[in-house]
Ligand binder design. Sequence first.
Ligand code: HEM
Length: 398
Amino acid sequence: MLIDAAARLEPEALRCPFPAYAELRERGVTFVEAANAWLVTRAEDVDAVLRDPETFSSRNAIGAPPIPPQSELARHVPFLLLSDEPEHAQRRKLVQRAFTPSRLARFEPRIRELCTALVDDVRGQTEVDAMAALAVPLPIAVITTVLGVPDEETASFRSLSEELAATVGNHSADPGEIVRIAKEFAALLAPSLEAAAAAGEDEDTILHTIAAAERTAGLPRHDSTRFVMELLIAGNITTTDHLGNSILLLARDPGLADRLRADPSRLSFFIEESLRLESPIQGLFRLTTRDTEVGGVAIPAGARVQVMYGSGNRDAALVERPDELDLARHRPSAHLAFGRGVHSCLGNILARLESRVALETLLGSIPRFELAVEPDQIDYLPSFVNRGPQELPLRLTW
Ligand code: HEM
């Protein structure tokens, strides 16, 4: 099967896993040995799994085996992503209001300043790696801004979040190491959380909302801390990959970039198409809580299921001409890149805002940019979960 090479992380197959997904959609739900999971690839089946959290538990959502609830490690794992109902809904309610469009819109001017400063840093250069120059540094700077931690701590948060991210989905990650990073993280965050708690009713930043949840709903401090860690992980690599994938699409097609410069109202359509075609998270995991069936295929209780958003997004049953980038789709955001159902992405409004401002800045500041290497020289992350270029060499014309 074509998919085996991608699941074994062979670079060629990761560069373009889409024919393998097409083969799997033909077959329907299939157990893939190399992925050690039942792969769900049709849009309809992806939707069905995500909308049935009772049968498909999120306890293994990032791929690692479920963590025993009483263990020390359980106090440090993601607060929302790995929790099941009804606890998950109660938790999400406590923090949801920090992620609404009106709360996040206030950060737009600062996000624009951050993007402009990064583009100014490479002004006049004729060749740059767009990952190192923009896609990697921007998301962490944005998250620390919306959280409300001091700018001078961004670098420390970045290195801790990189250390933590390296443990995600890694079966051999040492639990003791994760606990050590989490404790270091808690110590770094404590002064900012204290400051937010002292600010009282004021609710400008995410930390203020979390401090309010501690005060009014008794949210324990270790839960606040792990929620912030979750945001740093969930919002960081994903947005980096999305920016990298989007810049790559534009660099491969300067005519498309010119169309967006001429008609900026199409930029939001482009962002949705980029998310759909090049989903930064290709697939996360679920654990079956009982014997069940998906798309007519029986799956036993206790099975590991990988839900392939990236394949569902290229299913002709979801959109017409699914492999084409179309700036005039009727329902451009009706894709699966942010998941569906109760666990759908909490940070999607922030991700879309950040992406729009970054791409507006890039298209507005650099008259022309194109790939400085052949497309088949772009290597993707060695991952069957995250999709994004490792490096993105561009030739710039000022
Ligand atoms: C383009 C960027 C992003 C993509 C593609 C993305 C994708 C996703 C997906 C697919 C899920 C669903 C997980 C599941 O089904 O189990 C999710 C959940 C989540 N995302 Fe995002 N995400 C992005 C950016 C962000 C940002 C910027 C933040 C926050 C700052 C964030 C925070 C979260 C959180 C907290 C969850 C867990 C929600 C829950 O379990 O209730 N994400 N994301």
